[in-house]
Design a protein around this ligand. Structure first.
Ligand SMILES: Cc1cc2nc3c(=O)[nH]c(=O)nc-3n(C[C@H](O)[C@H](O)[C@H](O)COP(=O)(O)OP(=O)(O)OC[C@H]3O[C@@H](n4cnc5c(N)ncnc54)[C@H](O)[C@@H]3O)c2cc1C
Length: 494
């Protein structure tokens, strides 16, 4: 028998492995594995597994609606043990799956599996995920490859070609008994409502259509605004991360929408982000050590002393800087933050609080419902200014607040202590005099913390440190190396 192994591709449309397994003609099992090693990895939290559970429920719902005899078998255990048990009993011939550009733990798992499959004459047919190409040495033709991939016909499985019934392991099956799986129930609020974006292909398409048909009209104007972006950005990131949608599907729908709407420019800006998505993951695919190390080794010299108090206050949204605090509380509660605010909280941690990017990367991975290692780590390092080739942006949280939340509506939503703070102090409550504090019945240091650092001093300190190191020979040599590996050279592009 054969297996279609679902991982971060929880959909049935545009699914190359599924299409190939059907066309192959032999019986196959559709399999998802809850892997304890991955589930207990500190990057993940229950919100992620809950999203996966909803996606699986949705898949099974769709499969049984189309044909009552179809469903995905869900087992719990280490992948190698499960494949070995299945092989022993059923003689596996082929495994169909997508390639995964993930954390070191999934890479290690894949190496073990690859060895096992080879030793047992099982063919592992892996398919390219989105625009990310395996075994590339540099980026010379990458953009062209990306475009070609985006315009290819969708790999929608043709169920009419199914010649043998799909296999299902139910409670009576021996393998199922050996590796039974538990349900990961939705996380709900006090009123029984789900807190996070719901997982599944059906919701993914709803988000996609509502964005393209309406919400996108304010995309470019409000992309940096923490409140408005929640509506006018696509919010597709968790659906793309967990594979409820392929990038190609999103791209093709967007190209079609561009022909009928007046906000074409907004859709063009959006489509360029789809390219970035694959660009960043490609970087990680080609240099996965950046999960642990600075991409530019020259920055290893940058000495930062861990300050647990700073880290705890940042995590809890109690830094005394209202917009930083609102963002941190919001992402912990909802799993989402727009790009600019993600960049700002990381800039605050790594520059003004002068902490290592590693001190925030795990924590935010647990919070982001869309956690994608290949975007997360390169972005973290870029915002921390350790790439040596991007302009270092040190965001001033007060200016960001004045520009993007001028009336403090977002701040007041998430920092309830500031609910009664007048608008003219909302960005800098520490500027209130004692008399003003009495007037508004507000006590700095009691109701809301004093700023934990001096913005001006710490920004200057960070700039001096980063700028100083940037001139080092190793930083320059590394920048050159990074450019030639991860960026298309202008001349070559011509
Ligand atoms: C420190 C940091 C960490 C991040 N970690 C993640 C992560 O783990 N997972 C993740 O999907 N995004 C991450 N991003 C990128 C970006 O913030 C999110 O993709 C975006 O906010 C998701 O919202 P959206 O789907 O509404 O985006 P839209 O603006 O609607 O964009 C559509 C899609 O394009 C892609 N995209 C958008 N912006 C970027 C970007 N800057 N880089 C790469 N791809 C992009 C995403 O797949 C997104 O869903 C991170 C950014 C920063 C600064």
């Amino acid at each position: 028998m054969n297996i279609v192994w679902f991982k971060k591709d929880l959909r049935i449309s545009d699914h190359a492995p599924l299409k190939a397994a059907i066309e192959n003609g032999e019986s196959f099992l559709m399999l998802y594995v809850w892997e304890p090693t991955i589930m207990s990895d500190p990057h993940y939290s229950p919100r992620h597994w809950n999203f996966v559970q909803q996606s699986l429920d949705n898949l099974n719902g769709q499969l049984s609606a189309g044909n009552g005899l179809l469903s995905i078998t869900i087992l719990e255990g280490e992948a190698e043990a499960i494949f070995a048990a299945i092989h022993q009993k059923y003689q596996l011939k082929q495994v169909f799956s997508y390639e995964e550009t993930g954390l070191k733990i999934t890479y290690d798992r894949d190496k073990v599996l690859s060895k096992y499959f080879k030793e047992n004459n099982i063919e592992w047919r892996e398919f390219q995920t989105n625009g990310v190409v395996r075994k590339l040495k540099n980026r010379e033709n990458w953009s062209e490859l990306w475009k070609t991939q985006m315009y290819q016909k969708l790999d929608n499985p043709d169920w009419t070609k199914l010649r043998n019934p799909c296999l299902i392991f139910d409670n009576g099956n021996e393998i199922y008994k050996q590796f039974p799986s538990q349900n990961h129930q939705p996380i709900i609020d006090k009123e029984n409502k789900p807190i996070f974006q719901p997982g599944g292909e059906t919701y993914a398409h709803r988000y996609l259509l509502s964005f393209l048909n309406d919400r996108a009209k304010n995309y470019s104007k409000t992309i940096s605004k923490p409140l408005e972006a929640r509506k006018s950005c696509s919010r597709l990131s968790p659906y793309i991360t967990w594979g409820n949608l392929s990038i190609r599907q999103v791209y093709q729908y967007t190209q079609n929408a561009k022909r009928r709407v007046s906000y074409r420019r907004d859709l063009e800006n959006f489509a360029s982000r789809l390219h970035w998505h694959c660009h960043f993951i490609q970087k990680f695919e080609m240099e996965d050590r950046i999960e642990f190390e600075n991409i530019n080794r020259g920055y290893d010299e940058l000495q930062k002393t861990e300050n647990q108090y700073f880290i705890t206050q940042w995590q809890a949204g109690k830094t005394g800087y209202p917009l930083v605090d609102a963002c941190m509380r919001c992402v912990c509660e909802t799993g989402y933050l727009n790009f600019r605010m993600r960049a700002m909280v990381v800039s605050f941690l790594t520059h003004q609080l002068f902490q290592h990017w590693k001190d925030g990367a795990l924590f935010l991975a647990q919070q982001f419902l869309d956690f994608e290692p290949g975007i997360h780590y390169p972005q973290f390092q870029m915002q921390a200014g350790v790439t040596g080739m991007n302009t270092v942006r040190m965001y001033n949280p007060v200016k960001q607040s004045q520009d993007h939340d001028p009336h403090g509506v977002f701040i007041k939503t998430w920092v309830k202590e500031l609910e009664n703070c007048p608008e003219n102090f909302i960005h800098e409550p520490w500027k209130m005099t004692q008399m003003e504090q009495d007037l508004y019945n507000f006590r700095l240091g009691e109701n809301y913390p004093f700023p934990i650092i001096d913005l001006e001093q710490t920004t200057k300190f960070a700039k001096d440190n980063l700028w100083g190191i940037r001139k080092n020979i190793e930083v320059k040599a590394e920048s050159k190396r990074i450019l030639s590996k991860h960026v298309v050279h202008r001349k070559k592009k011509k």
